[in-house]
Write a protein that binds this ligand. Structure first.
Ligand SMILES: Cc1cc2nc3c(=O)[nH]c(=O)nc-3n(C[C@H](O)[C@H](O)[C@H](O)COP(=O)(O)OP(=O)(O)OC[C@H]3O[C@@H](n4cnc5c(N)ncnc54)[C@H](O)[C@@H]3O)c2cc1C
Length: 384
């Protein structure tokens, strides 16, 4: 069996200055009433204005080359920005996908024109992307996608649909995985391509799927004869599967797989300290030590990704363990204190509790279910 190596990352002392700056910024935004912290903020907290302010401060695309609007900062600094935003429950969902995975995808596979146009706009916090992977009969079995683009003069014509597309109603573009040649029974991953689809283009229809919270977060997206210019193909035609897989380690290993319910954990800890509840604090300290370990693993993967080391297996491990941890925070809070979860409550802990309970079923599904991740881990560790 292969052992998995995750480096230990020491955060340089200078990064504390950045951390302070971020905390001050968030505090000002909260005090001025322009943002309201919430759990699951990276998928449920949207503010175009807040994304724009982050762009202004250089906190989006911060590791990218300066010529594409980035700041050429080390990935640990990006990590600090993302973990501070998540810990505070700031509304970062607008730019999250573009910063986390569309940017790195375009840097690796995009044309010069795509990089020059999209990256600076993403880094300004003014260009949002959605992920167009899942379809009604293609979730875990993603290779079963049926959306198809057919070659025409100067481009492609796309037909099909996507489902569970987070934020498509507020995003400007989506990276859509589709078939560009017929299905090959001997190689299910062949003949797929990634297209950049303008979500305002003629033939695109976005229909909401409301959550049980009543919130609009998900969508179905339909494509009817949508014209995609040749310039909007990402990388090589037919190489979409391999390119998409390269995004997965970014998608699965970040602090958002650990910290979705951190505002609740923080609130719970403060309440228990106030009450002097030693038994409760004993339970919470176990959560915090798990959090510390998960965070070190996640930070280690950020470094491996920066060095270009393939990290899909350990990223799957972090996501499996991290999302279970996020879910348990709500359950442990319920066991430790009396709280009436309510989305509209005046009390922060009651709101955070309601948000955590209602969002948490999705934690172990989105970005690949835990059953699928465990298959990847088992095969990766045993076969290598
Ligand atoms: C909050 C949230 C946000 C999302 N955002 C997006 C998005 O922006 N873009 C996008 O494209 N998709 C998005 N998704 C969709 C997500 O990727 C899929 O829900 C996920 O991949 C599972 O697919 P499915 O829903 O079709 O379930 P299925 O694949 O039908 O799985 C149903 C159940 O069967 C289990 N199962 C399936 N196959 C196996 C197997 N081989 N072995 C063991 N168990 C198995 C699964 O683990 C699961 O428990 C989102 C989902 C959620 C919950």
């Amino acid at each position: 069996m292969k052992s998995l190596q995750i480096p230990v990352v020491e955060l340089p002392k200078e990064t504390e200055v950045l951390r302070k700056e971020i905390r001050q910024f968030i505090q000002q935004e909260i005090e001025s009433g322009s943002i309201e912290p919430k759990c699951d903020c990276w998928l449920s907290g949207f503010s175009a204005e807040f994304s724009r302010k982050m762009g202004e401060r250089g906190w989006i695309g911060m590791t990218w080359p300066k010529k594409y609007g980035g700041r050429e900062r080390p990935s640990v600094e990006r990590y600090i920005v993302t973990e501070e935003m998540l810990a505070a429950g700031a509304p970062v969902s607008g730019h999250w996908i573009a910063d986390r995975q569309t940017g790195p995808l375009l840097l690796k596979f995009g044309t010069d024109e795509q990089k020059e146009f999209f990256l600076p706009n993403i880094a300004k916090g003014e260009c949002f992307f959605a992920i167009g992977l899942s379809e009604p009969n293609a979730g875990s079995d993603l290779a079963n996608i049926q959306s198809r683009a057919v070659k025409v003069e100067k481009g492609w014509v796309l037909n099909g649909s996507k489902i569970w597309t987070s934020g498509a109603h507020v995003a400007h573009y989506s990276i859509v995985l589709c078939r560009t040649s017929s299905q090959d029974p001997n190689n299910r991953h062949a003949g797929m391509s990634q297209l950049i689809v303008d979500l305002k283009a003629p033939g695109v229809t976005i229909r909401p799927i409301y959550l049980m919270t009543g919130e609009h977060h998900f969508n179905e997206v339909f494509f009817e004869d949508v014209f995609i210019p040749d310039e909007m193909i990402v990388g090589e035609v037919g190489n979409g599967w391999a390119q998409g897989m390269a995004e997965l380690a970014y998608e699965r290993s970040g602090p958002e797989r650990i910290l979705s319910t951190y505002p609740l954990l923080n609130e719970l800890t403060n309440l228990l300290i106030e009450k002097g509840d030693k038994r409760g604090l004993n339970q919470v300290s176990r959560l915090i030590s798990r959090l510390w370990t998960l965070r070190n693993m996640s930070l280690g993967i950020a470094q491996l990704l920066e060095e270009g080391v393939p990290s899909n297996i350990i990223a799957s491990l972090v996501k499996d363990m991290g999302t279970q941890f996020e879910q348990e925070i709500a359950e442990i809070t319920r066991l430790l204190i009396h709280v009436n979860p309510s989305m509209d409550s005046e009390s922060r802990i009651e709101r955070y509790m309601a948000q955590s309970i209602l969002q948490s079923p999705g934690f172990t599904l989105r970005g690949g279910t835990n059953e699928i991740l465990r298959g990847i881990i088992a095969k990766g560790v045993i076969q290598s």
